[in-house]
Design a protein around this ligand. Structure first.
Ligand SMILES: C[S@@+](CC[C@H](N)C(=O)[O-])C[C@H]1O[C@@H](n2cnc3c(N)ncnc32)[C@H](O)[C@@H]1O
Length: 310
């Protein structure tokens, strides 16, 4: 076990195989080899973005049936290691074949359903950047399927409320007249999440081509687990899930088949405990050009048109 210590004497115990005494487990190798080390009913949350079988550098493209068979083996293990009151979140986009798209959540859902899991939300993760399609509309969302194992599950809504649009709005008639009509802690963040994806100018960008933004996992960690609980990511990449878990005093375990990604995950955790990791904070508003800039552009454009006519 490797023990990282920061200037304040705080420690982070990192193990390269499953160890219940560790804070973080980072396993280099096939995910099934890690999952088999984890005892039944350990994780409060299993959250992952699996390979999409689209020929990224870290995956070998296989037939869709073979892909589903591989995913089924991982999902079965995920169910086994999840606690009775725990959750499983599968974050996926589309499989693309000769220009036709197959939404992965649609074809993966039956696997979860047959294993008795209950779908609580199909969260739409909307983002602003991506490929510009020529023969269909450009894809700007992916989904998170959130399942629970039972009907009695952790859901800390207050931990993830977002500001109301009109926080001071009051009832204007009836017995509650004059009282605030919304929850003063903020509103439910809904099942459509607008969070920037990790592209070149995102502060969290590493060499990984398909990284989770940490704030996406943070919301799931805060809502679906309690402090001290295990958060497992079967395809952990450069450790974004572990970062979100450690930020909020949970424990985390994950595997990746690419040694370089696990190395980066460890470096990021080291920066995190030293307070040096650059993160996009949870709840930071999305950048929108100020109205004045828009007006300025419009005026300039109109001016150019006028000059051209004269
Ligand atoms: C979509 S990426 C996940 C990225 C991760 N969410 C992050 O923020 O860095 C999928 C990851 O699965 C890994 N992978 C593919 N097949 C694997 C396997 N059989 N076992 C473990 N990891 C695997 C890839 O190397 C890749 O990093």
């Amino acid at each position: 076990m490797e023990i990282l210590t920061n200037l304040f004497g705080e420690t982070l115990k990192i193990s390269d195989k499953f160890d219940s005494e560790a804070d973080v487990v980072l396993y280099t190798g096939d995910t099934l080899d890690l999952l088999k080390q984890i005892p039944d009913e350990t994780a409060e949350l299993v959250v992952t973005s699996p390979p999409y079988n689209i020929g990224k550098p870290y995956e070998k493209k296989v037939s869709i049936n073979e892909y589903l068979e591989q995913q089924k083996r991982v999902i079965e293990e995920a169910v086994r290691i999840t606690r009775e009151y725990g959750s499983i979140c599968w974050q996926v986009g589309n499989y693309v074949e000769n220009g036709r798209i197959i939404p992965l959540d649609v074809i993966l859902y039956p696997i979860f359903d047959r294993l008795g899991l209950k779908l609580r939300n199909r969260i739409v993760w909307h983002f602003g950047h991506g490929l510009h399609a020529k023969k269909r509309f450009s894809g700007r969302y992916e989904v998170i399927l959130w399942f629970t194992k039972s009907d009695d599950y952790i859901f800390n809504l207050d931990a993830v409320r977002v500001p109301q649009k009109y926080p001071n709005k009051k009832y204007f008639k009836g017995p509650k007249k004059g009282l605030l009509s919304g929850n003063p802690l903020g509103k439910n963040p809904s099942d459509v999440w607008e969070i920037p994806n990790v592209k070149a100018n995102h502060p969290e960008k590493t060499i990984h081509p398909a990284q989770f933004p940490v704030e996406l996992v943070e919301r799931l960690v805060l809502a679906l687990t309690n402090p001290g609980g295990w958060v497992v990511d079967p395809f952990i990449g450069v450790g974004s899930t572990a970062i979100a878990a450690i930020l909020h005093n949970r424990k985390s375990a994950g595997a990746d088949i690419v040694p370089e990604y696990i190395k980066i995950a460890k470096e990021r955790l080291k920066l995190l405990i030293n307070g040096e990791l650059k993160l996009r904070p949870l709840g930071k508003p999305i950048y929108k050009p100020p109205a004045s800039v828009e007006n300025y552009r419009k005026t300039l454009f109109e001016q150019i048109l006028r000059q051209e006519k004269e």
